[in-house]
Design a protein around this ligand. Sequence first.
Ligand code: SAM
Length: 433
Amino acid sequence: MKSIKVIELFAGVGGFRLGLEQYNKDLFDFVFTNQWEPGKKIQHAFDCYVNNFGSENAYNEDISKVKYDIPEDCDLLVGGFPCQDYSVAATNAKGIEGKKGVLWWEISWILEHKKPKMVLLENVDRLLKSPSNQRGRDFAIMLMNMHNLGYDVEWQVINAADYGMPQRRKRVFIFAKLRELSINENIERKEISLDVINVNSIFERDFPVIEKNIKKPNLFLEFVDTFQNELHVTSNYNLGKFFTKGFLINGYLYQYEVEVNKNLISSYKVLNDILLNDADIDKKYVLNASQLKKMKELKGAKKKERIKPNGEHYIYSEGKMSLNDEIYNPGRTMLTSESSLNRSTHIIKFKEGNRNRYRFITPVEAERLNCFPDNWTSSIESEKMRYFCMGNALVVDIITKLANQIETRIELFGNNKSIKVTKKADFNNKKNY
Ligand SMILES: C[S@@+](CC[C@H](N)C(=O)[O-])C[C@H]1O[C@@H](n2cnc3c(N)ncnc32)[C@H](O)[C@@H]1O
């Protein structure tokens, strides 16, 4: 029987769901899923989602309008939410009020009113240091908000390629669980040993790291006592960016920078592993002379004079990039603009007789970079939109790995037991990724 009730927000083409179902299709019950692309008549991502998963419990409307339909007593909320400005403004009439339209406050509302036991979110790693004029403020607001709603939180920046996946895609994964269900429920507010915290981390087994620059003093900051509310964080936060791994437990903040121990991972994938045979590539993906010229220009070094909004002139410079991608490295990060000619577009060099030719990656290769099955997005007529949806999606296998840890936690919580030390993966066993 499907026993873990899941809410999937900002579902895109369903990376979270696919990742969880790849682990065990019979375990997760998707009771509410939501995807809506603002201002678009054709809802490509939603249509693709429904094509793959069916339309049961799937809502194609603005989350701010349909959040009321979300059932209570769910186990898990997942979502890769768009990154925006989270600042909180004070209004005379209403006191503290989240800025309208900022999607974090929709998630926050759902946590407050629907209280899922656990939450797994994904975002760009820039979230930990935004905005640029008040580094770290946005994430501080999220942390404070989740703490106030009764959740303990942990996060880690994961580069999929460091763990054997074919794309260098760095994202922050944020996992929160209701404090009353956490290991620390009986612990008074006091500092806990980092070893205890680490060993209980959802990321510990499958995304091991080396701790660097543990934040002083002794990683410990009385975050919640420093800032009384989100408005206070907005106006006063000046503690800088957040580190690449951290925990907010019972109001205490623990942070450090992560370094990956490559010896622990037995096999790595590179771009070449996911490429189709050159012979099978349709000619339309091969760059013509003018596209080649344009790409050489774009990827070349340049200095340009530009003008700031205040009228000041400055020199913008870019270094030279290799025209084609190094296929014996994991692929570079795929963006939503993959289908257009820009510096980030992947270019594959191949031989036609003795001649060097260059081609774009195909939609199937874009899917493979994110560990989606071939043709996951083939119901989307526009190829441009297939690349776009992949640029928005996540590397699915990360979620598949985390699914086992989620299952363990739900089982323990269901039995009203606290989590004991999780067994570390046996990396000497050379697990094949
Ligand atoms: C970063 S993408 C998530 C992609 C997803 N994880 C996947 O695997 O495809 C964020 C998604 O949120 C959707 N979105 C943006 N605003 C929304 C809103 N107000 N209500 C519902 N969905 C929204 C976007 O259309 C986009 O597909």
